[in-house]
Design a protein around this ligand. Sequence first.
Ligand code: CTP
Length: 128
Amino acid sequence: ITYGTFDLFHIGHLRLLQRARALGGENGSLTVVVSSDRFNWVEKHKKCAIPDVQRAEIVGALKCVDKVLFEDSWEQKRQDVIDNKIDIFVMGDDWKGKFDFLKDLCDVVYLPRTPDISSTELKTKLHG
Ligand code: CTP
């Protein structure tokens, strides 16, 4: 399982999802939990360019993604892991250490980010 906003979908997102899927092995599956617009705005003070339903549709269309859910609270992670029988919780290493509290339920893995790209950077670039 992995979590993210995936706004202005970019190569860093794709590589993270492909590597997350690969961790699950041949018969594994990848669940991606996409942050809702409400969660982003209320909890992170971030506005998305692309509405959550569309961000989820894009992520769900990828070959490496098997299931998409929405994230609407910080607290849902434990229940998501249990409900979806998750073996590995994966995040980019910008979150290193932040989700170690899930280690009693599953493996927790932080993958290195793809350098030099983020949704925030893309938004800034467009404002040129
Ligand atoms: N990610 C990555 N490499 C990047 C950008 C993101 O591996 N260059 C990963 C993040 O670590 C996270 C997932 O992709 O596990 C979703 O990240 P998200 O926060 O949606 O993307 P960002 O581009 O980092 O967005 P923002 O600039 O709004 O923080």
